[in-house]
Design a protein around this ligand. Structure first.
Ligand SMILES: NC(=O)C1=CN([C@@H]2O[C@H](COP(=O)(O)OP(=O)(O)OC[C@H]3O[C@@H](n4cnc5c(N)ncnc54)[C@H](O)[C@@H]3O)[C@@H](O)[C@H]2O)[C@@H](O)CC1
Ligand SMILES: Nc1ncnc2c1ncn2[C@@H]1O[C@H](COP(=O)(O)OP(=O)(O)O)[C@@H](O)[C@H]1O
Length: 302
């Protein structure tokens, strides 16, 4: 495998598409969210917001009725009926309590068949140890989840500190074991496929709050679904890295807007020398999801 490449604005821009005159909601891409539970309804709301702000044409939610009504309170355009068109991307796991939930079991089956599927949080536990091939999947573990997943799949005990010491190596091992794209989240997010490795550095650490991972999962879904209707379709690893890059920029924009609500989105696109310093103020996961539209608009305007 070649050494890790660093992922930036020009690579992300190749994964962001403006709507064409002959597009309609389905051609803009359909994301199905299999997220949330009675214990964690917020994860479903956050993913729906991110999928919509990330440019999907159609966001469908599959989950408990009580969770669906929370999603609809925030995003009434979400379709909560089952059936209809096939999803371009399924996003599964954020905020789901039970790894045996049929929504996750079916998502793993879909990923095994090669269809684009984001497996986040609890869905990572639904990947079987004995038969872990999920070539359609984008796996989105944080360091704790990656340590657990790698321990199961590569056959030796891997601790969180091992992941923190060598996220590239462990993400790459899991990518080879599963055939999937692995997005090892953190300040430096590693995006590994069985034969590629990219690093996305976040421009802010205000992202380190609960729920921002749920936002990232929804955004991967939106970029994947939109790209599914383009020719050529960018590789899943590039789409996942673009999502991580845009997510970091949205975090920076949301943090900057704490100081100055009119801060322009274009200002966060370029790397800034003080990026590692705590520019801005505390953000919420919903702030980050909200900021995605502005960051995408700024990328398209360049
Ligand atoms: N508003 C909501 O409904 C939210 C729901 N969430 C859902 O809550 C469930 C549990 O999520 P958790 O992430 O707490 O999972 P877990 O409770 O399974 O894992 C967290 C464990 O991993 C360890 N850990 C090690 N490195 C870590 C790192 N870099 N980041 C985070 N934890 C690390 C922690 O110390 C902790 O012991 C998931 O389904 C998730 O999607 C969260 O996303 C938070 C927001
Ligand atoms: N110190 C940090 N600097 C920049 N980004 C971070 C930092 N810590 C976490 N993140 C980002 O925040 C998100 C957190 O995801 P995750 O841990 O899954 O949270 P949750 O499950 O609560 O949604 C990831 O996208 C990760 O890359």
């Amino acid at each position: 495998m070649s050494p890790a490449t660093s992922f930036g604005l020009s690579e992300a821009a190749a994964c962001v598409f403006a709507p064409r005159p002959d597009d309609h909601k389905y051609r803009r891409g359909l994301v199905e969210l299999r997220t949330g539970s009675l214990a964690y309804p917020g994860a479903a709301v956050l993913g729906a917001e991110a999928a919509a702000r990330g440019g999907a044409g159609f966001v469908r939610y599959a989950g408990p009725h009580a969770v669906a009504s929370r999603v609809l309170d925030r995003r009434p355009e979400t379709v909560c009926a089952s059936g209809g068109h096939d999803a371009d991307v399924v996003v599964a796991g954020s905020g789901v309590e039970d790894p045996g939930d049929p929504r996750l079991v079916d998502a793993v089956r879909r990923a095994r068949g090669g269809s684009a599927t984001v497996l986040d949080a609890t869905a990572l536990q639904a990947v079987p140890t004995e038969d872990p091939a999920v070539p359609g999947a984008v796996l989105t573990p944080h360091a704790g989840e990656l340590a657990q997943l790698a321990t199961r799949l590569v056959g030796r005990r891997i601790r969180v500190r091992d992941v923190e010491g060598d996220p590239e190596g462990i993400a790459a091992e899991v990518a080879r074991a599963t055939g999937a794209v692995v997005v090892a989240k953190g300040h430096r997010t590693i995006v590994a496929s069985p034969d590629t490795l990219a690093v996305v550095v976040a421009p802010t650490s205000w992202l380190a709050v609960a729920g921002t991972g749920d936002v990232l999962a929804g955004l991967v879904g939106a970029l994947g679904a939109t790209a599914a209707h383009r020719d050529p379709v960018p590789p899943l690893a590039e789409l996942a890295a673009a999502a991580a890059w845009l997510h970091g920029r949205a975090g920076a924009l949301a943090a900057a807007r704490v100081l100055d609500p009119a801060a322009p989105a274009d200002d966060v696109l370029d790397d800034v020398s003080r990026a590692h310093r705590p520019v801005g103020g505390p953000v919420t996961a919903l702030d980050v999801a909200d900021a995605l539209s502005g960051v995408i608009a700024a990328v398209l305007a360049r």
